[in-house]
Design a protein around this ligand. Structure first.
Ligand code: IMP
Ligand code: MG
Length: 181
């Protein structure tokens, strides 16, 4: 394990199991869909989860990407998520599956929901790898959450601290000394 981590949260094998379960849930939900849902990756954090998830699904989906930033280089959300890169297609009349790395304060999710519903999506389904319910500031909930975590700052499998650790294939708790807690 990377020396900056104090404990492991999910191993590669455990992540693969969570991905399979989430994919099965989505397959069941969209089994009667007439047109392929649009799966949206909220970059950069959800990149690996997204790629693994859509490949584990049997339902045909279209893919799109959006880059949202709320953190700068700190471990605390600024509360004002910024759209750095928008979607490339219209969501009008589409079933949208939003794929998130983690729902923390909930600010990002609220912003995404307003944006995507406001553009006339037919439905909006949120799948997140991690949920930190104890940190919620906005009244939102993912439709499917793979794993609940406490108030620890976690990194790996897409999740970063100051853009580091994203490429670790597992997820662990960052030693608080590293981010000055
Ligand atoms: P929210 O808007 O506060 O819900 O934050 C959402 C974003 O904050 C996520 O998409 C992550 O990029 C980031 N984030 C929240 N908690 C963590 C964490 O423990 N590790 C790494 N990034 C996190
Ligand atoms: Mg981040």
């Amino acid at each position: 394990m990377n020396g900056d981590l104090e404990s492991l949260v999910l191993s590669e094998k455990q992540i693969a199991e969570k991905v399979k379960e989430a994919a099965a849930w989505l397959d069941e939900k969209f089994k009667d869909a007439k047109t392929p849902p649009l799966a949206v990756s909220v970059l950069k954090g959800s990149v690996f989860f997204f790629c693994d998830l859509v490949r584990a699904m049997n339902t045909p989906v279209e893919l799109d990407f959006m880059t949202v930033s709320s953190y700068g280089n700190s471990a605390e959300s600024s509360g004002i998520p910024k759209i750095i890169m928008d979607l490339s297609v219209s969501v009008q009349g589409r079933d949208v599956i939003l794929v998130e790395d983690i729902v923390d304060s909930g600010h990002t999710l609220v912003r995404m929901r307003e944006l995507i519903s406001g553009r006339g999506a037919k439905s909006f389904t949120v799948v997140t790898l991690f949920d930190k319910p104890s940190r919620r500031k906005a009244p939102v909930k993912a439709d499917y959450s793979c794993f609940e975590v406490g108030d620890d700052f976690i990194v790996g499998y897409g999740l970063d601290y100051a853009q580091q650790y994203r490429s670790l294939p597992y997820v662990g708790v960052l030693k608080p000394g590293i981010y000055g807690k």
